[in-house]
Design a protein around this ligand. Structure first.
Ligand SMILES: [Zn+2]
Length: 442
């Protein structure tokens, strides 16, 4: 008699947990309204003043009975926020939901819709941060709040962290939290931005969700050419502008990788044929983008004066495992010009091992995606940009990056642009995916 009763009790308990469903129309609408208010706060970095965004998120948590703590990482409003929901097995290290509240600056005159208007039109939400990454932050927040409201205790503690300065390298945000408040996080897993679902980013015409397990390394350089100034009517060979242009051309002659990166090869094996686009191009090689040029005498610069100095910044992205010092020596050797000085202006690149995918959390992510989109393939990917996840991977944490929305390449390309936007239905679906991930067993 005892045995069946125990089984019946156990079954009842399991069913009760998984049967708890949010009032979805209400939850989705609330999440969308919150996202719009979040986008309307112009948390542009620099200066990484995230007091107002942190206040908004803390208020949401407080309304659900979750006490958020905020930390001032600097004297100019650099605010980080942390919240914890206790789990069933408190001996296990937590799952960390990581997101950043800052956004990149805008050239407001170039925007069709006001960048901080959060205008909704024909199922599209426009605004800076809609993709990167306020939408994912609100999915994470909503999923966590729903667990709390429904009385669902997660498998282990979940810690939610919003940071202030991912867009400028995460020194006062993720880096600061790791340095000063590691004990409050100490995660086994991190879920951050990174991969995305798409029908054309990875391969044409097939729905694939990429879960990022590795980032490329970030290396920023300043190239400075010094020549002789003079009257522009009489050209000279050591015109700093000419020297700089030639140096940049040489720098960009990056030799292709001898062997394909193992992770990229695995991606290709999974999808068959790679799509032809800038994302796929960038994960197959070390890249250099010229991001700024500064030169000229006077403001505005005089057209008839040859300046003595011209400068450029180069944004270099290296495949995992590449040696950044060797990459830099290669550039110097190719330029080989005493008029050119090259200086590293970013911190030492982080190059952790990719996160492994044989984990219960990865399986839960895959299941949550395929519940919404049964035909979707789910695969581990490398992303061509850097994220805060690398800082955690450096500490041996398993970190996955996912924006759980289906976004085509054209929309993905609006990230950091003057037309950043997301399809609203995908945001709604992302809330479901995040909720299913958080209530799974991992
Ligand atoms: Zn981001």
């Amino acid at each position: 008699m005892t045995f069946p009763r125990v089984v019946a009790g156990f079954l009842f308990c399991t069913v009760a947990i998984s049967a708890a469903e949010p009032d979805w129309p209400k939850a989705e609408q609330h999440a969308l309204d919150l996202l719009r208010r979040y986008v309307q706060i112009a948390s542009v970095n620099p200066p990484a003043d995230t007091r107002a965004t942190a206040k908004l998120l803390a208020g949401e948590f407080a309304a659900a009975g979750l006490q958020a703590k905020t930390y001032q990482a600097g004297a100019h409003g650099e605010t980080n926020l942390i919240v914890r929901l206790a789990g069933r097995d408190r001996s296990k290290r937590p799952l960390l939901l990581l997101n950043h509240m800052d956004v990149v600056p805008v050239d407001a005159a170039r925007w069709t819709f006001p960048p901080f208007g959060a205008v909704m039109q024909n199922g599209i939400l426009w605004g800076r941060g809609t993709l990167d990454m306020k939408s994912t932050g609100i999915m994470q927040l909503t999923a966590l709040v729903l667990l709390k409201q429904l009385g669902i205790t997660p498998a282990r503690d979940i810690v939610f962290v919003s940071t202030c300065d991912e867009e400028t390298g995460g020194v006062d945000g993720a880096g600061w939290m790791i340095q000063r408040h590691w004990d409050e996080m100490n995660p086994e897993y991190v879920l951050d931005e990174g991969g995305v679902g798409s029908r054309d980013v990875y391969t044409p015409g097939k729905l694939v969700f990429g879960i990022s397990v590795a980032d490329k390394q970030v290396l920023w350089l300043r190239v400075r050419a010094t020549g002789t100034s003079g009257h522009a009517s009489q050209p000279i060979p050591d015109n700093a502008n000419d020297l700089l242009i030639r140096a940049i051309e040489k720098a960009k002659e990056v030799s292709p990788a001898e062997e394909p990166n193992p992770l990229v090869r695995e991606m290709k094996d999974t999808v068959g044929t790679f799509a032809s686009n800038k994302f796929i191009n960038a994960i197959q090689r070390d890249t250099i983008s010229v991001t700024s040029l500064r030169s000229g005498v006077g403001n505005p610069p005089k057209a008839n004066v040859i300046p003595s100095v011209a400068e450029a910044t180069l944004d270099c992205r290296l495949l995992p495992g590449q040696n950044a010092d060797e990459f830099l020596s290669g550039i110097k050797a190719r330029i080989n010009d005493p008029h050119i000085a090259i200086e590293r202006i970013s911190s030492k690149p982080e190059d952790p091992r990719p996160s492994r995918t044989a984990t219960p959390l990865y399986s839960a992510i895959k299941a949550a995606i395929q519940k919404q989109d049964p035909d979707a393939a789910v695969m581990p990917i490398m992303v061509p940009f850097g994220t805060d996840a690398s800082k955690f991977r450096m500490r041996g944490v398993t970190a996955y990056g996912l924006m759980p929305m289906i976004i085509d390449a054209a929309i993905l390309a609006t990230m950091h642009s003057d037309s950043e936007h997301i399809p609203v239905d995908q945001f709604r679906q992302g809330v479901h995916i995040y909720f299913d991930i958080l209530r799974s067993d991992w």
